[in-house]
Design a binder for this molecule. Structure first.
Ligand SMILES: [Zn+2]
Length: 253
């Protein structure tokens, strides 16, 4: 396959050579989700979005890849003046390669996180754009319940929602809600074997590496998983769905 989509990475943290390597391994589109851990000011996030639009879009272009971007406030970097970010996000969303809101959601499950999340879900609904939601490694069922509750109260279309980092623990709740599921690969997350063994649960999944450079992750986890799944006889239409079709449908790319 030569039209794979890396559906959730952090392109600003990828080494330069990763872009070429992904292109060589059959990826042609990358979705990078904004996340600036420890942001204390709205302006930090604006500079971060500008870097994604310039430096990292350019890195992708030079290697024949198309970079798509989401913007938003990640729970690990909520600026003190966060309402200023909410005010300016619609301006960023007018840009052609900014395709939605992300990565947003609950991490420590605080009242502030819930407030910031609700504002962003309301914005996604009013602008009719998709939204990408983070899940933490702990208290996952509680966090999914609260997240889905906020989504339902705002009344956003589930077809515009991606719940990230799912595993067999929460996938049924995500499926019942009708959202897409981010299939993040790697240690402590989904393996290609988990996906093969539970394929019926992951029909609305999108493969991704969620690459960051402060824990061990592989930026080529998507082509690696596709290769492994093919070798192990996975159904081709299922593989195409999780490798690019679901992301195309949800993000309109
Ligand atoms: Zn991420």
């Amino acid at each position: 396959m030569t039209n794979l989509i890396e559906a959730h990475t952090h392109a600003d943290l990828m080494p330069y050579e990763a872009y070429e390597e992904l292109a060589l391994k059959g990826v042609n589109r990358i979705i990078t989700h904004s996340c600036y851990v420890g942001a204390t000011r709205a302006t930090t996030l604006f500079d971060h979005y500008h870097q994604l639009l310039k430096i990292f879009t350019n890195n992708a272009q030079k290697n024949g890849l198309k970079l798509f971007i989401t913007v938003g406030i990640h729970p690990l970097g909520i600026p003190e003046d966060w309402p200023k970010v909410i005010d300016i996000l619609p301006t960023f969303l007018e840009k052609e390669t900014i395709i939605g809101l992300g990565e947003v959601g609950l991490h420590f499950d605080t009242a502030l996180e819930a407030e910031v999340l609700k504002s962003q879900v309301e914005l996604a609904k009013s602008l009719n754009v998709p939204i990408d939601l983070h899940l933490p490694p702990k208290n996952r069922s509680e966090v999914v319940t609260k997240t889905l509750d906020i989504l339902a109260k705002v009344g956003i279309d589930p077809q515009k929602v991606v719940i990230e980092h799912v595993h067999t623990d929460v996938i049924k709740m995500v499926n019942e809600f009708g959202a897409y599921a981010g299939l993040s690969l790697g240690e402590g997350r989904l393996s290609p074997q988990d996906i093969l063994e539970n394929a019926p649960l992951f029909q609305r999944g999108m493969l991704n590496s969620d690459y960051i450079n402060f824990v061990y992750r592989r930026y080529d986890a998507v082509p690696q998983a596709v290769h492994w799944l093919k070798l192990h006889g996975v159904d081709v239409s299922f593989l195409e769905a999780i490798a690019f079709r679901n992301a195309e449908e949800c993000w309109k790319i």
